[in-house]
Structures are given as C-alpha cells and as structure tokens.
Write a protein that binds this ligand. Structure first.
Ligand SMILES: Nc1ncnc2c1ncn2[C@@H]1O[C@H](COP(=O)(O)OP(=O)(O)O)[C@@H](O)[C@H]1O
Ligand SMILES: O=P(O)(O)O[C@H]1O[C@H](CO)[C@@H](O[C@H]2O[C@H](CO)[C@@H](O)[C@H](O)[C@H]2O)[C@H](O)[C@H]1O
Length: 500
C-alpha cells in the first residue's frame, strides 16, 4: 500500500458508518469468539464507539477498524476491537472460514464481512501502518525508531486458545491485537517498555504499537459510560522468539516422559525474580501497611463472594477460604514491598528460548480484572502464587495425578527466586496462602466460564486451601544453595514510602 493511499485512509464518525446493517451478524458472531468476555450473558445493545476505514472506500478488500461497545443484560458494558474485511460476496475459498456474514443493505450491501486478521493482505496492511507512524482518525500508530521492522514478511494468525488475537510476521515479529479494550495504557505495553528501558532482556521489548484517542463522553464511551480521555492501547508488535517453546507445553512433555522439571522451575524462579527486581527499580514501589493489607484482603473476600454466586460448587468451602484473607488482614501487611508485577503469571506465559533461557510474556494481567486494579502495585508474591498454582495444574492434567512432581517444582521455583532476591517467598506464608487462594478462586471462575471440563483442577486446590492448615507444612523448607552457585542478591529495592 502506497503512502498516498495510506494518507487517503478515512476516519468516519460513528454516524457516518452505521453499525445498523452489521449489527445482526456481529450479535451472532461475537459470543462465539474465544476472546469474548460476555459469554452466557444476554447482549442488550451494540454501540459503535469508533469506526475507521483503513483503506480508501471502494478498495477490494476493504478494512474497517471498529471499536464496538457491548451492553449486557446484567449491566456490564465492554468495548471490543474488531478488524473487519469487506469484499464482494462470495469470499474466495481460503477466506471462507473467516466469514462473519453477508450485508444485505447499507453501504456494504452485497459484500461479505469477515475477520480481517485472517486475510494476509489486510494483516500486511496493519504492519505497514506500524512501520509508518502516524494518525488515522482517532488511531495513532507509533514505533521505536531504533528497532527495524522488515517490509514484507508473510503474516500468519496464531492459532490456539488466546485471550487476544496475534499475528506472526515471517517468524521475526508478533503483533498482539487486544480484543477487549479500556481507556488507559495496557500493562502489556507499559511494563515491557519499562523493562526494556531498565535493561531487562527477559521480556521481548515492544517495537511498535497503536492506540485510539477518543474524546471523553458522558456515556456510551469505551469504558461503558466512564468519562475519560486516556488513549486505549489496541495492539503491540514485538520480536518473535523463534524456536521457543512455552513452559506449559514443556512441563507437560516432561510429565508425560516421567521426567524431572526442577532445573527448569529453578531457572524460572530466577527469571521471575530478575523481572520483579527490574520492575521494582523502574517503577514506584510502596510498603504494604495495615490499610493496604486490609484493602487487599477485602478485595479477595469480595471476589470470593462474587465467585461463589457464579460457581456454586465453591459454597461449602467459602468460610475456610475466607480464613486465608482474614489472616492477611490481621497480618497488618508486615511492610513487604508492593510493586508493579506481571499479574497473571503461569507456565503458559513463559517461553524457553532457543538458547535455553526463559522469557516472560503477556503482562496484561488477569483479563477479567478492571484495568485500574491490574495497574496497582501489589506484593510480588502474587505472581509467585500464580506460578505455584501452574505446577499444580500441570501435575493434575497428567494421569495419574503427580503431586510429588508439583511439590518438587514449587520448591525449586521458590529456591530459584530466593537465589536472586535473597528472600524465599515461603517466608511470607500468610501472604502466599492468601494469594494462592485468591488465584484458585479466580481460576474456578475462569474455568467455569471458559473451560468447564477443567473446573476440577482449581476445585482440588480449593479443597486443600480451605483446610485451615499452614502452607509451610505443605511445602519443603528452603534448601541451601547448590555448591558453586552465586550468592543471593539483596532484595529488590526497599519500599520507598508506606501508603496512608
Ligand atoms: N514474543 C513472542 N515470541 C514467540 N511466541 C510468542 C511471543 N509472544 C507470544 N507468543 C506466543 O503467543 C501466545 C499468545 O501470547 P499471549 O501474549 O499470551 O496472548 P494472549 O493474551 O492472547 O493469551 C503465547 O502463548 C506464545 O505461544
Ligand atoms: O494466558 P491468558 O492471559 O489467556 O490467561 C488465562 O487463560 C489461562 C489458560 O489458558 C489461565 O491459566 C490457567 O490454566 C493454565 C493451563 O492452561 C495453568 O497453567 C494456569 O496456572 C491456570 O491459571 C489463566 O488463569 C487465565 O487468566
């Protein structure tokens, strides 16, 4: 696509591109998408928040960038990013699986509307936009001027179960297109950029990104009616770690072979600690005092209550689980540092690269939590708890269940973490138990919504955590460092100031 053509790209106001003719097909299509968060909730209304034609009107194919507000009967309102391809119907056979519907009237009458990311020509156009920074209506494309982006790499969509949609370009870059979007910088752009500035190489550094700048409105805006003019992060391009394998797949392969995973778990603990230390040095940290501990515990208790309403199987365990949160409130926080963290760390968010080192990806945080929550500093133990849960997940997805494998990995991970930071996460048992419990509750809701066949996995942990026993009795004690290993580093940066 030439620069001249790109300059002709048009921003249409919501009134100029009515959602009307597209509405019935999107209503049917959206709930079937893996990334649609409103599953099981009745859609009451679709609202056009923004519409931009990224190719001149009449181009074949056409590319329509939409932000669509989805209001549900339970009062929730979300905003989704859609990239729609438009071609005269019928679609060529290779694009048939991407079909969303055929417009019968309106500006696209007689055209097939389809998932644009499935069309290599449109995927290539998106990369072109990222290569040449600039604005298209409310969309702003930006890049790191020092990081090269190749001109014409062949795009392919990433398959599999994802919260968002990703495209791989010629095995050199990967573009994540965020689906559910909010006003405010997405931590998956913010944190990797901060880590790159801090010199941390454990996380692929963003090389380009695009955002929407929308006027704040009294209602109907991207935040479901929130007044805000913060930009919405829509997509991030980063280097693709060719030849890497994710930690989840690797762990399952090891389990299937009856093989040990503790060396990897130990190295993962070290990698996680390095990332935490870099985040603590790049962004503000605070000390967890009594008020914050009480607020954290109250948040966990409220999430538990909401989840019990949604997942009745949790009900018999509610009182036992609440004990972990009460203990956190009673601990008065003990002054541990709260800092920016990964927020949804599990084995699937780790990549063992071709050179055998570990990288961490996907700093978006738990997709179901409000963005403001995900950007708030929290004790790093939250991430550690996520990873410990993941070893349990892996062991439980194996037949027969391999509890000793999980216990050994959990211990090795904590030891690796302690080797780098000088502090073993098991020395904070109250915090660790509260976060593991909170994570298992989150997982119960996640599985009941997205993968009911997996619900038994967090339920097994919930049964264990609801027994009011000290987690320290469950996990082996920290062992001394292996001979010849490096001395522990000091703890990442002391807390700067206590919160009020
Ligand atoms: N930089 C990268 N290099 C190689 N593979 C990657 C990279 N980033 C992501 N992936 C692959 O893409 C998958 C989805 O990425 P992720 O950021 O977790 O997206 P989502 O938020 O949609 O779950 C990962 O599980 C991993 O397999
Ligand atoms: O990777 P995402 O950001 O999409 O995270 C969500 O989906 C994960 C599953 O794909 C889910 O993770 C849970 O299942 C994993 C195994 O598939 C397991 O390793 C994790 O420990 C477990 O939490 C994650 O919770 C969810 O946010």
């Amino acid at each position: 696509m030439s620069e001249a053509a790109s300059a002709r790209s048009r921003h249409s106001s919501p009134a100029a591109v009515p959602l009307g003719p597209l509405e019935p097909m999107l209503r049917a299509w959206l709930p079937r998408q893996r990334w649609f968060a409103g599953k099981g909730r009745a859609i009451t209304r679709l609202r056009l928040v923004s519409a931009v034609e990224l190719l001149p009107p009449g181009s074949t194919p056409g590319l329509l960038h939409l932000l669509v507000g989805v209001d549900c009967a339970d009062g929730t309102a979300d905003c989704y990013q859609l990239l729609l391809g438009v071609r005269p119907a019928p679609l060529p056979p290779g694009l048939a699986p991407a079909l969303i519907g055929r417009a019968e009237h309106g500006p696209y009458a007689g055209h097939a509307v389809y998932e644009g990311l499935g069309d290599p020509r449109l995927a290539a156009l998106l990369l072109e936009r990222l290569r040449a920074p600039g604005s298209h209506g409310p969309l702003r494309f930006d890049r790191d001027p020092d990081a090269p982006i190749p001109a014409d790499p062949a795009p392919r969509p990433l398959s599999g179960e994802q919260t968002n949609s990703s495209l791989i370009y010629g095995d050199s870059h990967i573009l994540k297109v965020f689906r559910r979007v909010w006003p405010g910088t997405n931590p998956d752009l913010e944190l990797p950029r901060a880590l790159a500035s801090a010199g941390c190489t454990r996380v692929p550094a963003p090389v380009a990104w695009y955002e929407a700048e929308l006027p704040a409105g009294p209602s109907g805006g991207p935040g479901g009616g929130r007044r805000t003019d913060e930009p919405l992060t829509l997509g991030v391009l980063q280097p693709y770690l060719r030849g890497s394998e994710d930690g989840w797949q690797l762990a399952l392969r090891r389990l299937a072979a009856g093989a040990d995973f503790t060396a990897e778990a130990h190295a993962l603990g070290r990698a996680t600690a390095e990332v935490h230390s870099a985040l603590a040095s790049a962004l503000p940290t605070v000390a967890l005092g009594p008020a914050q501990a009480a607020r954290l515990a109250a948040g966990m208790t409220a999430r538990l209550a909401a989840t019990v309403r949604e997942v009745p199987a949790l009900q018999p365990f509610e009182a036992g689980l609440r004990g972990a949160f009460d203990a956190l409130a009673a601990s008065r926080g003990t002054g541990v540092p709260a800092q920016r963290i990964h927020g949804d760390l599990h084995l699937g968010q780790t990549l063992r690269t071709a050179d055998g080192s570990w990288a961490l990806i996907d700093f978006e945080g738990e997709p179901a939590r409000p963005l403001a929550d995900r950007r708030r500093p929290e004790p790093a133990v939250r991430d550690i708890a996520g990873m410990l849960r993941s070893f349990d997940y892996a062991a439980r997805s194996h037949r027969p269940f391999a509890p000793a494998w999980a216990d050994a990995c959990r211990a090795a991970f904590c030891e690796g973490y302690a080797r780098t930071t000088g502090r073993d996460p098991r020395e904070d048992p109250v915090l660790l138990r509260a976060y593991e419990t909170d994570k298992a509750v989150y997982e119960a809701r996640y599985e009941s919504r997205h993968r009911p066949d997996w619900l038994h996995v967090p339920m097994a942990a919930i049964r264990r955590l609801a027994e009011r026993e000290r987690p320290a009795r469950r996990m082996p004690h920290p062992s001394p460092p292996p001979p010849g290993s490096a001395a522990p580093h000091p703890h990442p940066k002391p807390p700067r100031r206590p919160l009020a």
